[in-house]
Design a protein around this ligand. Structure first.
Ligand SMILES: O=C(O)CCC(=O)C(=O)O
Length: 267
């Protein structure tokens, strides 16, 4: 459960760090199994593309050439430790306090920033990647590694969730104009391994380069209230696991008894 002060902090700022959600033993299992999954299935790439990569607040010319990220999705389908993690009771209860009572897992995504040139993320909202009808959608970043200024911790524009969905530049990955939404103006949110940072689908955030000699591994778990209908993007039309409560009937979210999506999908 969250304290009233934590709920107030989230409502004011659009993000909230929860310390020690995963125990040291759980973090070890998540870390070891993530390494095995990355080794077997992961391929590093250059990370997000777009004109922002030429902006010196993010990358020098040399860094732009070398920047590397390993991204993968749906880790709960690759590892038992991650399948347990998406149901972690303290995490699920905290999310329910903000968007519940029912909670549905929508997706999971690994962002592993490679050592020395781990790709930054330009300021953006997560909304354009998987737009939903309303704000009852939270992203939870599980810190598999501790994060700080050196390895590219999360950075938020405090209170920006109140702006609602914003128009993003669509060249490359969706991102906000770097001159109007500057990473320098963002609040850093460092964390330890086992911490989770929650933020709204509308909160503007980004992160800088990983300059250390170690991988910086974050896993994003996206959760929604199952009444919040998806409008497009990642995992559109795919039912998620209910991690709290029972799926309510929702017009336009039509599942048959096999759990298959039967409503017409938007183009
Ligand atoms: O992994 C990061 O540093 C940034 C994460 C992020 O922007 C996201 O998950 O939307």
């Amino acid at each position: 459960m969250l304290s009233p002060a934590e709920v107030e902090f989230f409502n004011t700022n659009g993000f909230l760090r929860l310390e020690g959600v995963f125990s040291p033993g759980e973090v070890d299992a998540l870390s070891n199994e993530l390494n095995a999954v990355m080794e077997a299935f992961g391929t590093p790439g250059p990370g997000w593309q777009g004109p922002w990569r030429k902006d010196q607040q993010y990358l020098s010319e040399e860094e732009e050439k070398r920047a590397q990220l390993m991204a993968m999705h749906e880790l709960q389908c690759f590892s038992a430790a991650w399948a347990r993690a998406v149901h972690q009771p303290r995490l699920v209860e905290a999310i329910a306090a903000l968007i519940g009572p029912e909670v549905e897992l929508h997706h999971s995504t690994l962002h592993a920033k490679a050592p020395e040139y781990g790709t930054p993320f330009p300021m953006h909202q997560d909304y354009p990647f998987y737009p939903h009808e309303n704000a009852l959608y939270l992203d939870a970043i599980v810190h598999v590694d501790g994060a700080d200024e050196q390895n590219g911790c999360l950075k938020f524009l405090a209170g920006s969730h109140k702006l609602g969905p914003l128009e993003h530049i669509r060249e490359g990955s969706p991102h906000l104009p770097p001159d109007r939404y500057r990473i320098e103006d963002a609040v850093s949110c460092p964390g330890n391994a086992g911490d989770v940072v929650l933020f709204s689908i509308h909160t503007i955030h980004g992160s800088a380069l990983n300059r250390t000699n170690r991988w910086r591994r974050f896993v994003r778990l996206g959760y929604r209230n199952p009444r919040n209908r998806q409008l497009g993007g990642q995992a559109m039309g795919r039912p998620g696991l209910l991690v709290r409560g029972v799926r309510p009937p929702v017009e336009g979210v039509a599942l048959d008894v096999y759990g298959n999506w039967t409503a017409p999908r938007p183009a």
